[in-house]
Each structure stands twice: as C-alpha cells, then as structure tokens.
Design a protein around this ligand. Structure first.
Ligand code: BGC
Ligand code: BGC
Length: 857
C-alpha cells in the first residue's frame, strides 16, 4: 500500500491548485502585510537579564571590505533574492538563478529528480547544477556573482541520502552523555554532507522538550537544559570546526544551524508549532540554554521557531530576535526562518511578510512560496516598507557566512574537499562510530537475569521492530516522516536482528527470527523488538504517553512468559512511554530509542561484550497522563528518574507495576488514526446512517439498515476491514468524541487517506466529507477517484486536507472526521482512515468537477 501516486492524465487538465497556487488563498496572499501586530505582554521583554555575550568570531577586515563591496554592487533584485530560500522540489536551478535566490533547501520529502530520496551521485549532480546556474545563468551580468548555499536536515547523520551513516536520534545521544563522541558524530556528518556537495545542515536541534507528547521529543537531547547545553558546542564544533582554524566551515566542515530559537520544546501540551506560555526567565534558563554555548562555539546560523511565546509568533518577535539574540547575545551569523513559518506571523501570508524581516529574520524559508514572496518583498523593499538598512544587514549577514565558509571562491561543489568520495558515505569507520553511539545510548530499565545473552543459548528474536531498519531509524530518515522506505533503501545498514544473528553465530549460540513469536522448538530466551512506528514533526504529537501497541507485542511477551521462556524487550521509541504491562511481561527491558543504521550495536551490549552505560535523558512516566514530567518539578515522582539506568555490574530489578494507564478510554482525545485494522481509532466511533437512523458499525453486522449493511472482511490481514454495501442512500461516518481542530494538519500538507477496495460498480457521485456542524461541511466527490481504481484490488485514496477546507470545512471544529455518502449500488471495503503526511507528489484540489488524481496504486 505504499505505492507512489498515480499521476492521472486527468491531472493535466486540472488547473494547478494547491502546491504552489492554491487558488482560494491567492486573494489573501496579495494583501499587504505591513500592518504591525499590536504589542502584547510578551513583547515587554528585558534583554538585560539575558546572557551578555560577545560574538566569538573576530571581525575580519578583508571579509568586511568584501561584504561592503558586494553590497554596493548588488541590485535590489539580487539583495531580495539573497534573503529567500526555496525548496528544490519547487524550483529549477535556472529559476533560482533568474531570481537570484541566496539559498535552496531540500525539505524532508524532496530530493534531486523529484524523488523522495536519492543516491550520493544524484545529490552531488544537483548541487553542481544549482551552483552552476547561480554563477553562470545570470540575468544581469553586471551584478556580482554570489553562489547559492544549500541547506539540508542532516539531523542524525546525512539522513536524506541512500547509504549514509544514520546515527541514533538525539534522545539516544543524550542518554550516552558523551560530548566527545558527540563531536565525532558532528565531524562525520559534515564529511558525509561534503561528499554530496552540500554546505549547510539544519542541526543541531537545541530544543529542550518538556512535554513528551511532542512529536519532536526525540530531536532533543534531553529535558535537562544542562545536558542540552553540554552538547551544543561539541556538536557545533564537530560540524563546523573551530573558529580560527584554517578549515573552519570548510574542508571537512560545513555550516551548522542551531534550531529552533526559541521555546519549541516548551509549548503547552507539547503541541507542535504551539505556544510556550512560560516566563522570560524560563525561556532563558530552560529553552535557550543550548544557544549560549552554540553561539560561543561560533554557530553561523540559527533557525527561528515556528512556535509562539505567550501568544506571539517568534518569527515576528523583534525583541527576541533582534534585541536579545542579535543585540544582547551578539549573534553574528544569520537567522533563517522555518518552513513558511513567516506565513503564520500575524498579518502575514506565505508570500508576504515584511514584519518578519523587520523583526530580524535574515532569510525566509519559502519552499514553495518563494516566487510570490520574491515579488512582494521586492515591492516592499522598493517602497521602503522594508528598510534599506535592514535589508542590507540581512544580506551582509548571509554574505559573511558565505565568505567565511569559502563558498564564494570554492568553485563547483563536486570539486571541493571530499566531494564525490562516495566510499565515505557509510564508510566502515563512520559506521563504527555510530555503532559505538548505539551501544552507549541503550538504557537498561529492568533485568531479572535474562541478560546478558549467553553462549549456547537458542535465542528467538521476535517483534515487528526486529528486522526493520526504517522503524529503528525513526523520522527524518530518507523521508520526512521516516515512512515509506524498504530494506533495500539502506545498503550497508544492519537491523537489530542482523546484529543478533551474527553475534550469536560468533558465540556458538543460535538465533532464530520469528516476527510473530511463533516457534516449534522452545527457545531458551526470547528477544522481542517493538515500539513506535516512525514519525516526525506534528504527526508524532500524541494525546497522552500510552504506548499504542498496534502489533500486540504484549501478546507475544505474555505467550513467552506463559511458556516459561525468559523475555528481553528492546523498546524502540522517540520518547519515554507508559509501558507498565510490557515491563511486567519482560524479564529484561532495554530502552533503545531510535538507534539508526547500526542495529548491531544492540547485540554488542546484549551479549555482554560491553556493559550498559546509558542513562535516561528524559524522565519515564508512572502513568500515561503523567506529563509534563521533568526533573526539578515540585513533587517529581517518575517511574524512572532522569539519570536512571541499570548495568550488569550494578544489577537491579523492578517490582510488579500497576497496569492502569490512567487513561479514560471513553473520553480519549481523538488522534490522527481515525479507523485502522477494522477498529475505530482512540476517540472515534464509526457509524452507519440511513433514513434518519444511526447505528454503530459493529452492530451493523447483525442489524442492517434498510440501505446499508456491513461485515468484516480481509483486506491486508485477517478481518482487518469492513465491507459496506449500499443498496440505496446511506452514509458511513467516523465521528470524533469531541470536535477536532485540524487547522495545523490542513496547513501542514496532510492528507486524508483511505485504504480500500471497491466492488464492480461506482455510482455517479460518492461524497466524502468533513463535517463541522449544522450546514457546515467540506464535501468532495470521490466517484472519479474510485472509478479510477481496479475493482477488487486494494488501493489508497489520499486527499489533501486543505481541499476539504477549500470546499467549506472549518478545520478548527470538525464533528465528522470522514463521512462517505452514496446512493448505491456500491460495495466498499475499508481498512483504514487516517491522516498521513504528504509524500511530495503533486496533488490538486478539484476546481470544478472531481478528480481521479487522488487514487494511489
Ligand atoms: C522543520 C525544521 C526543518 C525544516 C526544513 C521544518 O518543518 O521544523 O526543523 O529544518 O522544516 O525541512
Ligand atoms: C517537508 C518538511 C517540512 C514540512 C513542514 C514537508 O513537506 O518535507 O521538510 O518540514 O513539510 O510542514
């Protein structure tokens, strides 16, 4: 079910809508955004309480002279272009040159050639193409040549590139508490980026996640600001080198980005892009802790957070960006925005935001909005809405970094140090460091003696995470959300199973893989690898900290337990989760976080070659509702405190734990999984409606409505779907138990996806709608999309959420999460209804008639 989208020929006829030119928004985008937001309490800020720093980079008269010379020679168009960054998926090298863009990035789902991910040589060729265009195809030959800089999220290794070394995510690196190893990881990441010709990474993330419901918890090293701060300088220096060294920012090094300034990890309820309602002191001492050492280590760019502080978006926050960061803290690099984050500033749109520049932003991240933003910003610079001084300052800051890093004179990316040395991508010595980091990051939570594994044992290895490199790597791995990858996308990597098999063979033990835990000969011990499926920003936000055990690892553990087989759990997760039942069903339990491409590091420790040294960098909750939970809280009472971690040497066990999660399932907040494996997701009901009667689908199996019947069928697995048969007008609806706010989801390129299979005939109209109360709905006709599918064949229909908004849904108060209405005759088997992330494929909303472009292979 993970095929690419069928690019229907109908698409060609559909007016482009959505990705770049979302028609209904166009009017808004043209509005002027120059109205200044009213000042709020949060703007009354006191820069003098913030750390008083001095830019550690000495002023270089040669650099300053060249900056002045360039500024004097640049056209206004060139200056405006310099402060805009587009996504390579939405711009060609020629366009980037025509509009003088200073930078491009690859978003999590964009890679050269319109693919979601690509090989090293493809990246290098693309880097050359953008460089060449930016230096050669210039519209005005009298203006100076300014090469383009390319930013990429190399957040756990050069994770967008096939074959690169993938390090554990930051949560695991926090558990190892080893700044020296952190520096090595930075060095290796920089070298692997250089191999592909890229100059600039959007890392390190210095968030201090305080509510683990946040889907980006794993991107933060720790809830403890001191631990985050202890890693900032080593990682920045690993990536960039040290100020004053001849290879600072060049050679083996690149430009780093501290992100996301500031408060990203402190939002209420851990909401992504949310609001941190904390005091200025808390913002400084907790959320900003990592920025002081990062600035002192010379970090050359800082990414501004999507989030707000006390109700005001940071991207438009002049006191924080200009008075504090550039003033008091004397940050001398440049501030890059986050993905269209400027569009969320009050009074702004994606294509117009003078206020962000005024606040101190130096470079807009305008992935798909660059073109409109360029025009508007140019107009604002001409009319003086954006002052000449501010524009010059922003450009000067970017130029300084380009000069310091040698970019101005470096020539083609493929001719720079390390470029094209593809043998360095995932080189054995790099993988060895990642494997070491895996060993050091594992935290032993419980051990009743099942570990270490021993010579001569028969070891059964079970669980859906045992042999799945995508799952063990998490989000930001080849794709944005880390989904839609297969084993062959990770050449040279090892799964946890690979490591165990090999280690067992070396020790005269026998390892057997059985994902579902079934066996014929009783093993001596079972290792069960399970945990969260990959996610990244926002998609990973959850309503509580209960582990959602969709593949029933608990059942597997309990079956072993009943058979008297000792169990070792290896838990893969991007955060601590409430897993008391699993802890009870395990004789040993290891928090392995998201180890990345070197799964064999796990076996090294399980067999006792080295002892466990990792300790928790986040507090582990006692109940699923115990969040926020942070060291230093009044009444701090976690299940396992920050710093907890057992070892073979110390031993230690855990008493039987209560198995009540604390969640009131009847009133659970609805999430992004509306319906899956034949069951409504937490917080949803599925109902059938006909002739004024509404009954739960589960009852439909016995009592049919006049025009609608239902029964369980197999789609991908046994009885994982429902078959709905319409003989007349009826609807099947997913109803949340409280109104949904999907504003963030519809802004953020999410799709409503339905895994289904259709019968032979499709009526003229089949409506799929999101309801928002009386007379409020966004209705779309999916009949063409259904007709485009092969009958009796499993497929997916995926529709951009924003299309429902365009069609009239109010995303802020949805009362139905999906409703399928038809007059029949129609047979639909439905296995899943869920919000999924955009895979980057072109997808349009219908301007008039419905479209077939939503059907997926
Ligand atoms: C994320 C950033 C990332 C950027 C580019 C944003 O949505 O918040 O962390 O660097 O996208 O992919
Ligand atoms: C991009 C990410 C980006 C996100 C923001 C995605 O399509 O691939 O890099 O962070 O959008 O919503």
């Amino acid at each position: 079910m993970r095929g690419r989208f069928v690019r229907s020929s109908l698409l060609a006829g559909v007016v482009a809508f959505g990705v770049v030119g979302c028609a209904p928004y166009a009017g808004q985008e043209l509005e002027s955004a120059s109205t200044l937001a009213p000042s709020s309490a949060s703007e009354r800020i006191n820069p003098s309480i913030w750390p008083d720093l001095n830019d550690p980079v000495p002023t270089d008269p040669a650099v300053e002279a060249r900056v002045a010379q360039l500024l004097a020679a640049m056209s206004l168009e060139q200056k405006v272009g310099q402060i805009i960054q587009a996504d390579i998926g939405s711009i060609t090298p020629e366009e980037a040159a025509t509009y003088h863009l200073g930078s491009v990035l690859n978003g999590g789902n964009s890679a050269p050639g319109g693919k979601p991910f690509a090989t090293g040589p493809e990246w290098l060729a693309a880097a050359d193409a953008f460089y060449r265009a930016s230096t050669q195809n210039r519209s005005d030959p009298d203006t100076p040549i300014i090469p383009i800089i390319w930013g990429s999220d190399a957040v756990h290794g050069h994770n967008n590139v096939i074959g690169a070394t993938i390090f554990p995510h930051n949560i695991g690196l926090g558990a190892m508490r080893d700044p020296a190893l952190m520096r090595r990881i930075g060095e290796i990441t920089a070298i692997e980026m250089r191999v592909t010709g890229l100059d600039w990474t959007f890392a390190p993330t210095l968030a201090v996640p305080r509510d683990d419901r946040w889907g980006r918890t794993y991107e933060g090293f720790s809830e403890d600001p001191d631990l985050v701060a202890s890693y900032a300088a080593p990682l920045v220096e690993g990536l960039q080198g040290e100020i004053g060294d001849p290879d600072w920012l060049r050679g083996d090094h690149i430009v780093a980005t501290a992100k996301h300034f500031v408060g990203d990890g402190g939002t209420d309820a851990g909401r992504d892009q949310g609001d941190a309602t904390v005091s200025e002191e808390n913002l400084r001492d907790v959320q900003a802790a990592g920025y002081v050492p990062a600035i002192e280590a010379g970090v050359q760019s800082i990414m501004v957070s999507f989030s707000s502080w006390n109700g005001k978006k940071i991207t438009g926050h002049r006191p924080l960006l200009t008075d504090v960061l550039k003033g008091r803290m004397d940050f001398g690099g440049f501030l890059v925005g986050d993905w269209n984050a400027h569009g969320q500033v009050e009074g702004c749109t994606n294509t117009s935001c003078a206020d962000a520049v005024d606040a101190g932003l130096d470079m807009f991240m305008a992935p798909d909005s660059w073109r409109g933003l360029y025009d508007t910003t140019l107009g604002q610079a001409r009319s003086g809405v954006i002052s000449q001084d501010r524009l010059d300052d922003a450009v000067a800051r970017i130029l300084r970094v380009k000069l310091r890093s040698g970019l101005m004179d470096a020539g083609l990316p493929s001719q720079r140090a390390n470029a094209g040395r593809f043998e360095l991508l995932g080189a054995p010595e790099h993988r060895a460091v990642a494997r070491e980091a895996v060993r050091r990051s594992l935290v032993l939570l419980k051990n009743d003696g099942a570990l270490p594994l021993r010579q001569g044992q028969t070891i059964l290895v079970a669980g859906d995470g045992a042999d799945d490199i995508g799952k063990q790597s998490g989000g930001w791995t080849l794709t944005w959300q880390g989904t839609d990858t297969t084993r062959s996308d990770f050449p040279g990597a090892t799964s946890i199973w690979d490591g165990l098999r090999e280690a067992a063979a070396e020790r005269g033990a026998e390892a057997v893989l059985s994902a579902d835990g079934s066996y014929t000969d009783r093993p001596d011990v079972a290792v069960v690898v399970f945990g969260e499926d990959p996610y990244a920003e926002f998609q990973g936000d959850v309503p509580d900290l209960a582990f959602r055990d969709e593949n029933d690892a608990l059942g597997i553990l309990r079956r072993f337990q009943e058979a008297g087989v000792p169990t070792v759990s290896i838990f893969l997760s991007g955060r601590p989760l409430w897993v008391n039942p699993h802890l009870n069903a395990s004789d040993a339990f290891v928090a392995a976080w998201l180890p990345g491409s070197e799964g064999d590091g796990v076996a090294d420790v399980l067999f006792g070659d080295t002892d466990f040294t990792g300790t928790l960098s986040y507090s582990w909750p006692r109940s699923a509702l115990q969040t926020p939970l942070n060291i230093g809280d009044p009444g701090y009472d976690p299940l396992f405190p920050l710093g907890y971690g057992l070892s073979y040497a110390s031993g230690g066990t855990v008493p039987e734990l209560p198995e009540d999660s604390g969640i009131d399932t009847a009133n659970e907040a609805p999430g992004t999984q509306v319906f899956a494996r034949g069951e409504p997701g937490a917080g949803y009901r599925l109902v059938g409606e006909a002739a004024g009667r509404t009954i739960p689908v589960a009852q439909l199996a016995e009592t049919s409505l006049d025009t609608l019947s239902a029964r369980r069928v197999d789609l991908g697995a046994q009885e994982d779907a429902w078959r709905f048969t319409w003989s007349g007008p009826a609807a099947v609806s997913a109803v949340p138990n409280q109104p949904l706010d999907w504003t963030r989801e519809s802004n953020g390129d999410f799709l409503l996806a339905l895994d289904l299979r259709r019968g032979d005939s499709v009526p003229d109209t089949v409506t799929l709608s999101l309801g928002c109360g009386e007379d409020c709905a966004g209705r779309l006709d999916i009949a063409p999309a259904l007709s485009a599918l092969v009958p009796d064949t499993e497929a997916t229909i995926a529709i951009p959420l924003r299309c429902f908004v365009v069609a009239g849904a109010d995303a802020a108060r949805l009362t139905t999460a999906a409703s399928i209405e038809a007059t029949g005759p129609l047979v639909l088997d439905i296995g899943r209804i869920a919000l999924v992330s955009d895979d980057g494929a072109d997808r349009t909303c219908p301007t008039g008639p419905a479209t077939a472009a939503w059907s997926q292979e």
